[in-house]
Design a protein. Sequence first.
Length: 354
Amino acid sequence: MGDLEDFIQAPEHRPKLALSHADGIPTIDLSPIFNSLPGSDFPHDLVHQIASACTEWGFFLVVNHGVPPEKRHRIEAAAREFFGQSLEEKRKVRRSEGLVTGYFDSELTKNVRDWKEVFDLVVEDPTIVPASPESDDEELTQWTNQWPEYPPEFRESCKEYVEELEKLGHKLMELLALSLGLSAKRFQHYFKQQTSFLRINHYPPCPSPELTLGVGRHKDPGVLTVLAQDDVGGLEVKRKRDGEWIRVKPVPDSFVVNIGEITQVWSNEKYESVEHRATVNSKRDRYSIAFFFYPSHSTIVEPLEELIGPQNPPKYKPYSFGKFLANRKRSNFKKLNVDNIQISDFKISPANPN
């Protein structure tokens, strides 16, 4: 997967081991959604659980979520077959600046800090985005998917899985809206022409797992992330109350859900996105599948008017998600002269509200 020598020589990059394996991250049973009568409101207790998990953790697990297990198992099997091929075969569908979907690994990006290989696909094919971070609103381009020849069921299994995750994403957004005191459909219009994507991750065994990470510490820039992880585990979350790194134990047929930075801005920091990372091990391959729920490229992200006021002024200036996303994608292929764009760039200083 890459040469670790340069990375190992930088002690500040060596990951600290998690201090605790007793995660405590809440598990939320979504079965009341499917057991209630059509047209009825979501149970108040379920909404309260969502609010509590988002406030205290920014992370939670969901079970009885309505996604058929066979569709998850099918995509997991197809992913193992795809990643089990030779590097030459996988790189036939590698991503590039002109085609941002497909396969890549740490050798392609020269990023040995992330010990993994992935396959990316967009939910809407094609996905409409700005041509560049500097382009006018009318200058748009399309991201399209590319698919490997093998395994032959790979494409169909991905499409079926994405359809189910999109349904779950909308249900979670309804719960999230209610937990913020908004109408259940408050966020629905943001996802017309969505820019959501799916990432299938493979973390091969690493000869020196104590010296690197599968994915370094980061926050997700979107609305929500819904992650399926296998029984190997490796996801760690930075607990809000004390900054301790907590291992998220795998729970069969569950999904791990975390708040993204757009939700942090929309809620005016009532809900915060939380840092997380992925570790690797020396013995077993690890697989995970992340569904990143993103709004339309035309979305202007800013604190929702219902959640701000004289006693709670907006903490962020508005920003274009399409241009934000275009900037992030460009940084995957070019070494920029400036730091990658962050939502902190739009943070309003109390001393300088303008």
